[in-house]
Write a protein that binds this ligand. Sequence first.
Ligand code: AMP
Length: 177
Amino acid sequence: MSPVTSPLQISSFVRDVPDFPKPGILFRDITPLLANAAAFGAAIEQFAAAVGPHRVSALVAIESRGFIFGAALAQKLGLPLLLVRKPGKLPRRTVSVSYELEYGTDRVEMHADEIVAGARYAVIDDVIATGGTAVAAAELVEKQGGTVVCCAFLIELDFLKGRERLGGRPVESLLHY
Ligand code: AMP
């Protein structure tokens, strides 16, 4: 099989699933990319090229698909991997941030002893849609004194304007829809 190196080729491993998880949503399914070692490897190479120049101290990955890309990227870049999780999953003392959903609110947490004040961090997830989750993750880092110098995603859904919601925080996306 020929090497998969361009964004165009990576995009061919993202499957569109209409009306999931509810009517009207076009879900971008990344499982075919994970199921192809060359495509997954190419995606991690491109993540590394995008995040590397930001000279971060650690990666902050968002549950749950962000963990997949964050873990591989942390190993590739030789960086610590810090987890942003749904409430009640982390065993030690945590800090949390709440954010608005279409109906109601949700919350994300990090361990309270991981962020170093003044250090540089990258937030990692598979998809940025409205940006609500990524903003909450960035706020978790910032309320503990860290600086978010990069938010990196495999896929950016441009029409939902998540980039605007992230304010001036730099955004790196490998694919745009
Ligand atoms: P956001 O609206 O940016 O807070 O998106 C929250 C999470 O939902 C992201 O971490 C994505 O993994 C997931 N997500 C939202 N919309 C889609 C979509 N159309 N396809 C795949 N995943 C999505």
